[in-house]
Design a protein around this ligand. Structure first.
Ligand code: FMN
Length: 683
């Protein structure tokens, strides 16, 4: 009986484990019927040279990406090379291959590296293994490796495009040969896409020469087929549950699993009529596998607002088919598809694709071939070729895909029925979670966490008719907050004007839940509670410091020695957006002289704007003395602009105090950062 029972349990568990095991393998080889004869999936090789050989590819385009931009570029390039030149290429997640196998790529083939910089000049999660390999390897020769490289970064950050520059320097040191100057995209100017297009042109010219190939007008060829399959039932489908991506062979220690976390509380911290700042508390008590530490980040999985979802469904003529089960089947076995399958069109547009993002000019050009009317074709062809007009349109109207398709057909109601769904999916980025600093302490609230989120809208066409670009995740959270707010006084601030299916896929988010996971960070309090800390924040940058202060107050209440704390906080108006003002008062009472709070309100006195960096300058002497004592930790959290201004103010203070030159200051700051005595959490 025992054996039978165990056997039955194992059988049942097997069906649970495999019924929806992830985005790529689900039932692809069972259904549709014609695929029954396909060869079964082999375990994927981690040897890139072998992969190129097996798949008969000439070029591998490695991508290292945190929020999907570099990945998007790599997949676009891998699609375009065969269509335009007959050059067979694959896009490869850097973590999917053993780094040392790049040495085995034959001289006849080429590698491309498209890699973004994150954190403070750090690699993305999926670049880490490759990055570590290059740093610790000196005994292999990459003399056969011929490559192109493109970095994604932002000049507002101190370590602009550091990762691609370090990676290429290390590759070259090992003997690799770079075929063109390394391309750099600068997101601070909003020109990442155009920088990529310029660099791509040069790569095409170089490859044409190297491989002696002719260029042809690209014809669209899907990388996967979309098949309807009515026999699939609701339990077979991915209806919007987020799917975590794994990087590399090792288990993911950086992130917890994604869970539908119950929301215990949501309230508005702001008294402004037109700006909201949400404090949200999430309950972890049913999910022991979700653990956080003070200073970590929480990733929120957003959904697209109904209006934009239905706009896209309508303009594509998918109203009748939005809930039909569809299966996406790679045309070449092993090709990764960025969204889970099987699924539905509605789930794709609501949950799995970034349909609210601006459309690249290249996509505009490529869309023209599927236009439903001659005038739409002309409009798009013209726009796609004219950089200036397109960016003006983007600025004026915030053109996402649905809006662009509507705009192109003008007043006509002709849907874009011949636009392949595969093209739509290929052109849009996969939905990414949005990260926020956790604002609670894991010592004080181990099974509950809070986040502090400013609803972030931006506006286009300033001065004329203002058009709002709603922040994706923050407006979703605003709608959630309104849905749970029992207190009518809490509804006094701006309404949540966008609607969402708040119950989530399969009602998994009903009773007010939100899909989220934890991402561990290095932004941590010193180990010794007696160490002194300086915390500098503007706006929601206060979030991690709320956690720090509650933790220190708890330690003090337990009788531990607690070091002095200086909090510098800047916002617009004391009566409007002084976040956690009451709590800070209470914390000040508990911590007494251990805590000094210095505020800067930029709009209190219209004749004299005061920012947090001005306060730093006023206190520079005292702060520099503390920083020099070797046991003070400095933390900055907020915008990159604020962090830069604060760093300059402190740097100037140190130059005077120590009589240093710039290089001595730089060395000292680097040393502080290395030993964790200077930490930044900026965006
Ligand atoms: N760019 C830099 O050049 N240096 C940095 O240190 C840096 N740190 C960043 C940290 C954060 C939290 C964010 C959101 C962006 C940072 N960036 C930095 C800019 C990104 O590299 C840039 O936005 C890039 O386009 C992202 O590409 P991805 O989507 O492929 O990851």
């Amino acid at each position: 009986l025992g054996v039978v029972a165990l056997g039955s349990i194992a059988y049942l568990l097997r069906s649970v484990t495999f019924s929806k095991s992830g985005p790529y393998e689900y039932k692809l080889y069972e259904r549709p019927q014609e695929l029954l004869n396909s060869k079964k999936l082999q375990p994927a090789t981690r040897n890139i040279a072998q992969k190129l050989e097996e798949d008969e590819k000439d070029v591998v385009i490695f991508w290292g990406s945190q929020s999907g931009t570099a990945e998007g570029f790599a997949t676009r390039l891998a699609r375009e090379l065969p269509r335009r030149f007959g050059i067979q290429a694959i896009a490869a997640d850097l973590s999917d291959f053993d780094p040392d196998t790049i040495a085995l790529i034959p001289r006849t083939k080429f590698a491309v590296f498209i890699i973004s910089t994150y954190g403070e000049g750090d690699p993305s999660d999926n670049t880490t293994e490759f990055w570590n390999f290059l740093h610790r390897t000196s005994d292999i020769s990459l003399a056969r490796l011929r490559y192109f490289a493109f970095g994604l970064g932002n000049k507002n950050y101190k370590y602009y495009n550091r990762v691609i520059d370090v990676v290429t320097a290390l590759l070259n040191k090992l003997g690799a040969h770079v075929l063109l100057p390394v391309g750099h995209a600068d997101d601070s100017l909003g020109t990442t896409e155009e920088d990529f297009l310029e660099w791509k042109k040069d790569v095409f010219a170089a490859l044409k020469l190297e491989l002696d190939v002719a260029e042809k007008d690209p014809v669209y060829e899907p990388t996967f087929r979309v098949m309807e399959d009515d026999s699939l039932t609701i339990t077979d489908l991915n209806l919007g549950e987020p799917v975590q991506r794994e990087h590399g062979k090792k288990p993911n220690l950086v992130c917890s699993p994604i869970r539908p976390l119950p929301i215990k509380l949501g309230r508005d911290l702001s008294n402004s009529a037109d700006r909201s700042c949400i404090h949200m508390e999430l309950d972890l008590s049913s999910y022991p596998e979700v653990k956080y530490k003070t200073g970590d980040h929480i990733a929120i999985w957003p959904m697209n607002p109904d209006g934009e979802v239905h706009r896209l469904i309508r303009v594509l003529g998918f109203e009748q088919r939005q809930n039909t089960p569809i299966v996406l089947l790679p045309c070449v076995s092993g090709t990764k598809i960025k969204v889970p399958t099987p699924t539905t069109i509605l789930a794709l547009f609501q949950y799995y694709l970034e349909i609210c993002a601006p459309v690249s000019r290249e996509t505009v050009q490529n869309l023209a071939q599927f236009a439903p009317t001659l005038s739409a074709k002309e409009t798009l062809s013209k726009l796609g070729k004219d950089k200036e007009s397109y960016y003006k349109l983007l600025l004026d109207k915030h053109i996402n895909l649905g809006r662009l398709l509507e705009y192109s057909i003008g007043g006509e109601r002709t849907p874009w029925e011949s636009l392949p769904l595969s093209f739509v999916i290929e052109s849009l980025a996969a939905m990414q979670p949005r990260y926020y600093s956790i604002s609670s302490s894991s010592i004080v609230q181990p099974r509950q966490l809070s986040l502090t989120v400013a609803v972030s809208d931006s506006y286009v066409n300033p001065g004329h008719s203002l058009e709002r670009i709603p922040g994706l995740a923050t407006n979703y959270m605003l709608a959630l907050k309104h849905a749970i707010s029992a207190d009518p006084a809490q509804l006094k601030t701006r309404p949540a004007d966008l609607t969402y299916p708040l119950k989530g896929p399969n009602d998994q988010l009903q009773s007010r839940r939100i899909y989220a996971h934890i991402r561990h960070s290095r932004f941590k309090l010193p180990v010794l509670t007696s160490s002194k800390i300086i915390m500098i924040a503007a706006g929601t940058g206060i979030a991690p410091f709320r956690g720090f202060l509650h933790e220190r107050a708890r330690f003090k209440a337990m009788g531990r020695e607690v070091g002095s704390m200086h909090l510098f906080f800047g916002c617009r108006l004391s009566g409007e957006d002084y976040l956690y003002q009451d709590e800070l008062k209470f914390l000040k009472e508990s911590l007494g002289n251990n805590l000094q709070i210095v505020t800067a309100f930029s709009r209190e006195n219209p004749d004299c704007k005061v920012y947090v960096q001005d306060r730093i300058q006023e206190h520079a002497q005292e702060l520099c003395t503390m920083l020099m004592d070797g046991s003070t930790y400095l933390y900055i959290c907020g915008s990159t602009k604020m962090a830069r201004a604060v760093t300059t103010a402190l740097g100037n203070g140190l130059l005077v105090k120590k009589n240093w030159g710039d290089s001595q200051l730089r060395l000292w700051m680097e040393g502080q950062k290395k030993r964790g005595a200077w930490q930044e959490d900026v965006w």
